[in-house]
Structures are given as C-alpha cells and as structure tokens.
Design a protein around this ligand. Structure first.
Ligand code: CMC
Length: 427
C-alpha cells in the first residue's frame, strides 16, 4: 500500500500520510488537512474516525477478535486473574509473581477510604441510582486527594494507579450498601480483591460471611472480560476529560457517567429489565422481537448490536459458556434464562437482525450471570465499571504519557447567519 492518500478538492490535490497499525489497520492522517486546505472532515459518532494510536487493546469487529496487550481475551479469561490482567492492561506486561505481590500489597495500602466520605453518601437519598452515586463519590475523592499526579514520575503514577484501584472498589460497593441501609464496611486486607468485593457488598455485622469460590471465580472472569475495550464511549470520555489535564479521579468520574447510559454499560441492567418484562407479560419473546423491528417503535432489543462487532462479540461467547456453568453449579433454574435463550435463537435467524449483523453483545449474558450470583439489577452497571477501571486508568495514563493535545473536535455550523438584535418590543 502507498504511504500517502491523495484528496482532491476543487481540482487541488492534497497528499495525506497513511498510518498503519501493528495489525495492519490503516488510517489516513488528516490532522494537517485544515491547515492545508481549509476543510475539515465530518463524522458524527466517530463511526469512522480514530482519535488516537494506542498500544493497549486490539479489536477486530469483523473477525470477533479482542486482545489486551497482544494476549487473546480467551487466554486471559481462561488462565488469568483480574489483578494480573489489570496490571497487564495498565503497565503493558504480565506481572512476575513478585510484581503481582507488590501490586496487591500497594493496592491494600489505599483501601481505607476517608471517613468523611461517609458524610457525602449520607446526603444521597436511599433511592438514588448506584451509578449516579458512584460518579459523585469518585469525583469527591479528588477533594480528599487534591494533589494531582505527576505522570512523568513513575513512582507517583504507580501510587495513583494503586490508590484508584483500592478506593474505587470500596466506594462502588458502598453505593449498594447505601440503597440497602447497611452500615458501610471496610476492605479486609487479608483477603483477595474480588473476594473483598463480595464481602464489601454482602457481609453483615450480625453474622459471619462465607465466600463462595464459584461466585468469586465467575466474577473474576467477568471483570477480566470488561477490563478494556479500546475507544468506546466511556473510555473516550476519560481520555477527553483527562486531555485537559483534569485529574485521574475527575476523569474516571466522567467515564462512570458515560458508562451509565443504556446504549453503553447501562445496557446490562436494561437487558434484565427487558427479560423480566417479557416474563411478566406472559413470556412472548417474539412480540418483543417484532417491536424491535418496528421502525415506529423506539424499542430496541437490549443486549443486541454493537458499534464495532459485526460478528459475535467474543466476550459474549465466553460469558455465555460461563453463564451455563455457573447456573448449573449453583443449581439455578431461572425462567428469565429460558426467555433469553428463545430471544437469542429467534434473533439469530431473523432477517432484520442477520442483515444488520446484530448479534448478542457482552451485556446480553452478563446480566443473567450477575442475577444468578445474587447481584442486584441496579448494581449491574457498577459491576461493569469495576471491571472497566483498569482500562480507564491505562488509557488515561497512555494519553498523558503520549502528551496528547487537548481533545477539541471541530464542527460545521448550520445555524443562522449574522442577524441584528431587535429589542423585545420589536420581535
Ligand atoms: N435492536 C433493534 N435494532 C437495532 C438494534 C437493536 N438492539 N441495534 C441496532 N439496530 C438497528 C438500527 O435501528 C439500525 O437500523 P436501520 O439501518 O434500519 O436504521 C441498524 O441496526 C444500525 O444501528 P445503529 O444504531 O446505526 O448502530 P450503532 O453502531 O450506532 O449502535 C448500539 C450500536 C450498541 C448503540 C446499538 O446496536 C444498540 O442500541 N444496541 C442496544 C443497546 C446495547 O445492547 N448496548 C450495549 C453495547 S455492548 C456494551 C458496551 O460496549 O457498552
């Protein structure tokens, strides 16, 4: 392939560099196009625009490939653990046993959240959605950690990573305890990260808590599957906010808000609510399939379709298998699962879904598994956020280390031309 692309505008030719990625992805570098020609490119929703180069995650939506730092998601979910995969995503290499031990020890140093944060949680109504509370609490962490990290100082950056990993998990679970009226509890530094998640969520002061290893292993896998997904909506948000040199907590708080939307991470909650509604109204999955296809009906089949996967979402394949195993091991017989299976079977052979390449995505199955593990529906998107945290951190770190410029898209103005101001009596 040639090294440049030629763009012709009004018989004038402009030569633009072609950039090639390590997996042969090709981009035309238009960063100088406006300087050269006065013209910009327009791409609403960035369907065809790369915002950066990145070494973190490789994704091929046509072939259904997902890799973190060159390792396949199948290998990582099958053989790895969440903290070592987090280390890989953030620092670029799988940790040695000593590095992993050091990482865990350092995360533990930061698992105590300032007691004054409890006053902030107290201010929320019990009915507040956990994602709204999580975004606010993550942002509030800035107030307790006002010193912004010097990204060029390796030690400071490492500490900021550990601090974020430690504190975010605790406040994420506190959002649930708030809705339940449970006392806020503490991380147990003698236990693992994912086991702590379960304890932090469900341990009560009135009785000893017994962790279930099947549940912990399933959650660990789910967190790995969510750890990064290149330039999705929330990650792009984190990079964009961070590009103004806003701090890590502030940027991640913005990512939490972006993730909450039902077209992004909020879909896992929406899937379960959809399945419950189908069950409540008699279990007719085909009726909902028809609704999704009806262009006069805004309803979409939640958990189907993806901006980049035009083939099966590889994460969905792994979760589907894990869901079957976990449900069998825990002995869960859930009518919601039967409805999900029926929906999936019908959609996969339906012309509307087939022609648009709409396959089940990660959120279609994750909700079912979370439900089987006893995670409340309102917390599903928080689970996604916990899993995605290493990806957000890694992308923020990479963006700052690469000294990327402030994110500032342009636009094509389509409003009124210059108008004279008329005083109100003349309008
Ligand atoms: N149900 C029915 N029709 C759909 C759906 C759906 N779930 N998704 C897309 N379509 C149709 C859409 O109406 C359009 O049809 P037409 O060409 O006739 O106008 C066509 O498929 C293309 O859709 P699009 O909206 O242009 O596709 P997109 O790439 O902009 O949107 C999406 C991707 C994920 C937002 C969308 O598929 C969707 O809304 N899915 C449901 C929500 C969901 O499950 N989100 C989780 C995404 S995976 C987790 C994550 O990474 O956040």
């Amino acid at each position: 392939m040639s090294k440049t692309a030629i763009l012709e505008i009004d018989s004038e030719k402009f030569e633009l560099p072609i950039i090639k990625g390590s997996e042969n992805e090709v981009a035309i570098d238009i960063s100088k196009l406006r300087d050269l020609s006065g013209v910009i490119t327009l791409d609403p929703g960035y369907k065809n625009s790369g915002s950066c180069t990145s070494e973190i995650t490789f994704l091929d939506g046509e072939l259904g490939i997902l890799r973190y730092r060159g390792y396949s998601i199948e290998d990582l979910a099958g053989k790895g653990h969440f903290l070592e995969v987090s280390y890989l995503v953030i620092f670029g290499e799988l940790p040695t046993a000593a590095q992993l031990e050091h990482f865990e020890t350092n995360i533990r140093k930061y698992t105590l959240v300032n007691e004054e944060m409890k006053n902030i949680i107290d201010g929320f109504p019990k009915t507040a959605h956990p994602m709204g509370v999580l975004a606010a609490l993550t942002s509030a962490l800035t107030a307790f950690n006002p010193k912004s990290v010097n990204v060029e100082n390796e030690k400071e950056m490492y500490e900021a990573v550990c601090k974020t990993m430690g504190k975010f998990l605790v406040i994420a679970t506190w959002t649930y305890r708030k809705t339940m009226g449970y006392p806020l509890n503490y991380y147990d530094n003698t236990k693992g990260y994912v086991e702590n998640f379960m304890r932090l969520m469900f341990e009560l002061p009135t009785e000893p808590y017994k962790a279930n290893q099947v549940v912990i292993d399933a959650l660990d896998k789910l967190f790995i599957l969510h750890a990064d997904h290149e330039q999705n909506c929330s990650t792009s948000t984190v990079r964009m906010v961070g590009s103004s040199h806003a701090g890590l907590f502030a940027s991640i708080s913005a990512g939490v808000s972006a993730l909450w939307g039902p077209l992004h991470g909020g879909a896992n909650q929406a899937v379960l609510e959809m399945l419950e509604e189908i069950h409540r109204t008699g279990g007719d999955a085909d009726k909902y399939l028809d609704k999704a296809k009806d262009k006069n009906d805004p309803f979409r089949l939640m958990g189907f379709g993806h901006r980049v996967y035009k083939n099966f979402d590889p994460r969905a394949k792994i979760i589907k298998k894990a869901a079957d195993e976990v449900l069998a091991t825990l002995g869960v017989d859930d009518p919601i699962l039967a409805i999900a299976k029926k929906l999936e079977e019908s959609a996969l052979v339906d012309e509307y879904f087939v022609s648009r390449k709409l396959y089940p995505n990660v959120d279609f199955y994750s909700g079912i598994i979370y439900r089987a593990l006893g995670i409340p529906t309102d917390m599903f998107t928080v689970m996604f956020a916990i899993g995605r945290l290493p990806g957000w951190i890694a992308q923020w770190k990479e963006m700052r280390e690469n000294k990327e410029p402030i994110g500032r898209p342009r636009q094509i103005y389509t409003g009124h031309p210059l108008r004279d101001f008329k005083t109100s009596d003349k309008r």
